[in-house]
Design a protein around this ligand. Structure first.
Ligand SMILES: Nc1ncnc2c1ncn2[C@@H]1O[C@H](COP(=O)(O)OS(=O)(=O)O)[C@@H](OP(=O)(O)O)[C@H]1O
Ligand SMILES: Nc1ncnc2c1ncn2[C@@H]1O[C@H](COP(=O)(O)OP(=O)(O)O)[C@@H](O)[C@H]1O
Length: 222
């Protein structure tokens, strides 16, 4: 296998994120551009990047937000970690370099969706600040909107809808984010959602907070 080298337990991704392997390639512009698509859709393409611990409510917020935008006649598309790991990213595990490649690919896909004029909602633990910042750097003019679901580990662990924290505590899953793997909280995110007096805002309240931001910044209009 040319792209993947198996080195003991650790997969080494030879296909490095930033080093191009092809030469003699040329960018081809099409006559219909992003602005034309945005005018057609009456909205502006952007990426809403939701980051947080497993169980913090990323998928719930992503789906609630997607439905709310749809109801308002706005075109959105959800990219979800668990889902993409069934297809595009099925070759990746949870070692730091695999997570980095996961996020790199998702960042590129999200950029394409934003270029298509959609509100792309990306829902990934994305535990490393550097990986999230690389995705931000792909998007211009404030169109990367980082949403930090700042829920305590205690809350996420109490929820444990998939039983993964229990397995991680029992040592049956190694390298689980928040237990024996790091999560680097954002330093300068656009939106932070957290518990108030130990209570998490409802999914529709969380979605409303994001919608208000998108409205204020003009993403939901031509
Ligand atoms: N070791 C380990 N650490 C964290 N999460 C794990 C792990 N193993 C499996 N899972 C499941 O994978 C989901 C997270 O996938 P992501 O693609 O979002 O992860 S990452 O951004 O690459 O870190 C995550 O889904 P969510 O609970 O929706 O976050 C888990 O169901
Ligand atoms: N705002 C919320 N209020 C109460 N429960 C929530 C909220 N958001 C998510 N949940 C519940 O928490 C659990 C984890 O949510 P999920 O969206 O799957 O998180 P993640 O995608 O971050 O792993 C689910 O059982 C979900 O129903």
């Amino acid at each position: 296998e040319e792209l993947l080298l198996l080195e003991g337990e650790n997969r080494v991704l030879e296909m490095s994120s930033t080093v191009p392997k092809s030469s003699n390639i040329f960018w081809h512009d099409c006559p219909v551009g992003k602005t034309d698509r945005q005018n057609l859709l009456k909205q502006k393409g952007c990426v809403v990047w939701i980051t947080g611990l497993s169980g913090s409510g990323k998928s719930t917020l992503a789906c609630t937000l997607g439905r709310e935008l749809h109801t308002r006649g706005k075109l959105a598309y959800v990219l979800d970690g668990d889902n993409l790991r069934h297809g595009l990213n099925k070759d990746l595990g949870f070692a730091a370099e695999d997570r980095a490649e996961n996020i790199r690919r998702v960042g590129e896909v999200a950029k394409l969706f934003a270029d298509a004029g959609l509100v792309c909602i990306a829902s990934f633990i994305s535990p490393y600040r550097r990986d999230r910042e690389s995705c931000r750097a792909l998007l211009s003019d404030g169109s990367f909107i980082e949403v930090f679901l700042n829920m305590s580990l205690e809350l996420c662990e109490a929820r444990d809808p998939k039983g993964l924290y229990k397995l991680a505590r029992a040592g049956k899953i190694k390298g689980f984010t928040g237990i024996d793997d790091p999560y680097e909280a954002p330093l300068n995110c656009e939106i932070e959602i957290k518990e108030v007096d130990g209570v998490c805002p409802s999914p529709s309240d969380m979605a409303a907070q994001v919608i208000t931001y998108l409205e204020d910044k003009g993403f939901l209009h031509e």
